[in-house]
Write a protein of this length. Structure first.
Length: 609
């Protein structure tokens, strides 16, 4: 308290996420050194220029009497764009709004048929025949279906799993208008069905239930309807407002009815409109680095029209749209709202869920991208920085133990990498363990990943390859550097194993388990072995070399005693049970008396929760 940092009286100060003590000092007109001193007094060692976690900033604020407001990245981004006269939330005049297709995500339990259903839907496309291209997976596609005498388009996202959905939402990207919840009629509601349902509800997105696999002999579609009533989804035919459609994705039956239900639900509960004029805005659905074509990003246009030649910025990436391809590999010149396209021409790979926008010129998009990159670097540095409290530092020094698991995550797409990272940070781990991701990226595991992993400051990092591999050369290098590489293709498996590893990093905890008690009835002195206690085992058992403590009139008179020899009559015994007499010698306790109680116990490793 003697360092002379100014005290506030609850004044609000706004700090951006990942601010340093220097930034803090600027706001309150203090000397950064004095804040370092304050933090030190609070038990944390932080340098003046290092980027701080939210907790640190709030703690210091509270300590000094300032009301610290941490400005979210979204707010900051708005402020950044405002510098370029861009307002993403600007109201659009009614007369500019045009009806747009709904965007649909298919979710459900593993093996219930999401992939098959997405394939079946793709095949119903009335315009697919004309395209003549080769279908490619770009993370989203659009189908056109006849509906009440009109041709209506529906956009489907086929990014993997629920994590992608939540990861996008976490970044403020609400992309999905409707969720198709797939439930296999031969399996019923399963854990991930419920999880998907909860995600959809949290996002306030209407649900259409596809009761799949009705072709199977053991299918029970009514049971699925019944089960889902428990989760607040009441089928229309039972008087509710959720549409359930029986389908069989494999043979392809019921698909038209399902699409019909999607359009009916969209028309009934949503007003899907967007302006088609003006510069394009939207969201990155998927992205990856292609050997030949460079950074590729599938974007979903949400407002305006994207055209080849536009200058765009997507997250921290920018560039000029060199070409746009649809899901049939066909070049498209323009993309209107709800149209997913693969964009070529970005200088780097943006992240799934990043927003993109087209701007006037190359310079603007470059500046926006650069400022975002700088900010992200600061923020991610803040996140990965360990909270080096004096205590933990000392502990680590003293025990030399491992208290963090450091990872490098590489994956086949930005969506999967993010989903994995997101899920990993949701694992509940004790405070003394730290999970750090020092690098994440799209593409094969490279030499530079191994370098980074082995150079990691506190412990060698493990490299996680999600659907990507390391070349033999890289593998050799990793072996030499003692860097472990683990491959996964299923997110759940990766999470399970990493969770296990995190728990394995914990020191085992031992608990005392009582084995038995004995009462000393006689004490002899032997010239060879010293004092021998003649005992009666009262409960449980006594073991040779077992640990014990001695109680006299209920008071512990000796701890850390060992039963150094144990005999029944003239024979050595390894253990003696309740109700039997025995003779024993004790090491660590030199004055046994008649009436003393020997309590024996052992230390067992406690299983972790
Ligand atoms: P996902 O994990 O939800 O993507 O499930 P998949 O689409 O991979 O399907 C899982 C398994 O169920 C595959 O073996 C499919 O062939 C099978 N399957 C999917 N839909 C149907 C269906 O309508 N009828 C039958 N009989 N099998 C199906």
């Amino acid at each position: 308290m003697s360092s002379g940092a100014p005290r506030g009286q609850g004044q609000e100060i706004r700090l951006s996420r990942g601010a340093s003590l220097s930034d803090f000092a600027d706001k309150i007109n203090a000397n950064p050194g004095s804040l370092v001193q304050e933090m030190f007094n609070l038990g944390e060692m932080v340098t003046a220029t290092q980027s701080c976690s939210d907790d640190t900033l709030l703690l210091l604020g509270e300590h000094l009497g300032f009301d610290v407001q941490i400005v979210s990245p979204e707010d900051e981004d708005r402020a950044l764009l405002a510098q370029f006269n861009i307002d993403l939330d600007a109201a659009v005049d009614e007369d500019r709004l045009v009806t747009r297709p709904p965007v649909v995500t298919v979710m459900g339990h593993v093996d219930h048929g999401k992939t098959k259903l997405l394939d079946a839907i793709r095949k119903t496309n009335v315009v697919a025949g004309e395209a003549g291209g080769i279908t490619q997976h770009i993370g989203a596609y659009q189908v056109v279906v006849p509906h009440q005498g009109e041709e209506r388009a529906i956009t489907f996202l086929d990014t993997p799993g629920h994590e992608a959905f939540t990861a996008m939402r976490a970044r403020g990207a609400q992309v999905t208008d409707i969720v198709i919840l797939v439930v296999a009629a031969d399996d019923g509601v399963m854990p991930q069905t419920v999880e998907a349902l909860n995600h959809a509800k949290a996002a306030e997105v209407p649900i259409v239930v596809a009761v799949n696999k009705v072709d199977k002999p053991d299918a029970n579609p009514d049971k699925v309807r019944q089960q889902l009533t428990d989760y607040g989804l009441l089928a229309e035919e039972y008087g509710g407002d959720t549409m359930f459609v029986n389908v069989a994705a494999k043979p392809g039956t019921g698909i038209d009815e399902l699409l019909e239900a999607v359009l009916l639900t969209a028309d009934a509960s949503l007003e899907l409109t967007a302006p088609t004029d003006g510069p394009a805005q939207g969201v990155v659905v998927e992205s990856h680095l292609d050997k030949g074509r460079g950074a590729l990003a599938t974007v979903l246009v949400q407002k305006g029209t994207l055209r080849a030649g536009d200058s765009i910025v997507a997250g921290g990436a920018h560039g000029r749209v060199r070409a746009m391809l649809d899901e049939n590999g066909k070049t498209v010149a323009e993309a209107e709202p709800a149209r997913p396209v693969l964009v070529l021409g970005l200088t780097s790979v943006p992240g799934a869920g990043d927003t993109f926008l087209a701007a006037e010129d190359d310079r603007t998009v470059r500046q926006i991208a650069e400022q975002r990159q700088a900010r992200r670097r600061a923020a991610s540095f803040a996140n990965s920085r360990s909270r080096a409290t004096l205590e933990t530092l000392m502990e680590q020094l003293k025990e030399g133990e491992k208290t963090s698991l450091t990872l490098v995550i590489k994956g086949d797409s930005s969506g999967s990498v993010e989903a994995l990272e997101d899920a990993l940070f949701k694992i509940e781990i004790p405070d003394e363990i730290q999970l750090k991701v020092i690098h994440r990226g799209v593409g094969a595991i490279t030499e530079s990943d191994v370098n980074l992993a082995s150079a990691s400051s506190d412990s060698t990092a493990t490299i996680i390859g999600f659907n990507v591999r390391a070349s033999n050369k890289v593998k050799d290098m990793a072996d030499r550097a003692n860097v472990e590489i683990r491959y996964y293709s299923v997110i759940y498996q990766a999470i399970e194993e990493i969770e296990a590893a995190l728990k394995g990093l914990l020191k085992p905890e031992y608990e005392e388990v009582e084995l038995g008690t004995a009462e000393i009835r006689e004490v002899f002195r032997s010239s060879k072995i010293g004092l021998i206690a003649g005992c009666m085992v009262r409960s449980g058992l006594l073991r040779r070399n077992g640990k014990a403590r001695i109680l006299r009139d209920g008071v512990v008179v000796a701890e850390n005693v060992t039963i150094s020899s144990l005999r029944r009559f003239k024979d050595d015994a390894t253990e003696v049970r309740e109700g039997f007499e025995c003779g024993l010698t004790l090491s660590g306790f030199g004055s046994p008396q008649i009436g003393d109680v020997i309590e024996t116990f052992e230390m067992r490793e406690k299983p972790r929760a």
